[in-house]
Design a protein around this ligand. Structure first.
Ligand SMILES: [Fe+2]
Length: 363
């Protein structure tokens, strides 16, 4: 006799929650978020769906949420962190702070923001004709598996007063915190448009490479925006799982492969496409557009609160101010492939794609 069938073991409290919510789940290596399947989702008071991509790792997920024309999402608070990227539409978000004050800001396509942890908030669509669609990256898998209690996450009245931030953080302003190239931070709660956010030179990743790390609502979620100038591409590198890479501007593609693989996985992108490279999977981003290409990456564990030893290695050097492994050559013990060390097929493929696109290569 044993208790097989009734014994409680091997439980993933997050996946159990997803199944109980009864909304569509999209599973893929990468996906076009504009077309992800959604259905009415009672908890959020609007249509939504869950996105589980192969490289998401243990801690993060993505959700797609729609606000109907002239609609408002039900007021909500939750003790997980999210990084919301506006894929489509325009509207505003109201946040009730624990001291009774309100904050609100107007967002549009390509805005990025975070709700301060567990703050009551509500989203409104300003259009009478078009839906608004959010793609949110969250640490809900981490939290549900830590506490395995849905009420603790969605019915928790603790006020994290230290997460409020300044008034300016809700007005599209922020603080630039300079550390070293590749590690400069923009601290805020709301970025009106990722097309306009000012980036900083990150030549360690390649000539013309630009980057800014974004610290949102003093959370431990990561966000960064990177840019490649037309006619260039970035060096290949690897790190831990869960960095959801989303195209914001321009066109291009990424290659992904594991050390020793005979071939590459190729992912073509345009606005709304997302894929997270898997744990220690090398990946490299290429633009083929005549204008600069930008992408956003979101993950659990950022440069302020790295959260894991893997992220510490990725972002931070051995001493303060030194570069991390993702900016250091694999020849020197890091995780970046310098141009002179890359597989010759990588550059040739890009030259072929540039010729096809009629764009002049500058490398
Ligand atoms: Fe990466």
């Amino acid at each position: 006799m044993n208790d097989m069938g009734t014994a409680r073991y091997g439980i993933d409290a997050y996946l159990d929650w997803v199944a109980a919510e009864g909304v569509p789940v999209t599973e893929a290596i990468g996906v076009q978020l504009h077309h992800v399947r959604t259905a009415p989702w009672a908890r959020y008071g609007m249509d939504g769906g869950v996105v589980h991509l192969r490289g998401r790792g243990d801690f993060s997920n993505m959700m797609v949420l729609n606000i109907p024309p002239r609609g408002a999402r039900a007021p909500l608070r939750h003790a997980y962190e999210d990084v919301i990227y506006v894929l489509e539409g325009r509207g505003n978000t109201e946040i009730n702070l624990s001291d009774g004050r309100k904050r609100s800001f107007e967002w549009g396509e390509k805005s990025l923001f975070s709700i301060p942890l567990n703050a009551k908030h509500r989203h409104f669509n300003a259009s009478g004709q078009k839906r608004a669609r959010f793609a949110t990256t969250t640490n809900l898998p981490l939290l549900l598996n830590a506490f395995h209690n849905v009420g603790f996450i969605f019915d928790n009245d603790y006020d994290f007063v230290d997460r409020t931030g300044t008034d300016a953080f809700y007005e599209g302003q922020g603080n630039l915190i300079t550390v070293r190239q590749g590690n400069h931070m923009w601290e805020t709660n709301f970025v009106p448009s990722l097309e306009d956010i000012q980036l900083q030179a990150y030549n360690d990743r390649g000539p013309g490479s630009m980057n800014i790390k974004i610290v949102l609502a003093d959370g431990s979620m990561h966000a960064h925006v990177s840019e490649m100038k037309s006619g260039t591409y970035k060096k290949g590198h690897r790190h831990g799982a869960g960095f959801h890479v989303m195209c914001v501007l321009g066109k291009g593609y990424s290659l992904a492969w594991y050390e020793g693989d005979a071939d590459f996985t190729r992912l073509d992108w345009e606005h709304g496409f997302v894929f997270p490279p898997a744990d220690l999977q090398f990946h490299q981003h290429f633009t083929t557009s005549p204008t600069p290409a930008r992408y956003l990456a979101t993950a659990v564990g950022g440069i302020r609160y790295p959260f894991t030893a893997a992220n510490r290695r990725t972002y931070l050097g051995a001493k303060p101010g030194e570069k991390g492994a993702s900016s250091t050559s694999i020849k020197d013990g890091g995780d970046q492939i310098e141009f002179e060390d890359q597989d010759p097929r990588v550059h040739q493929l890009w030259l072929d794609e540039m010729a096809r696109a009629g764009v002049e290569p500058k490398m």
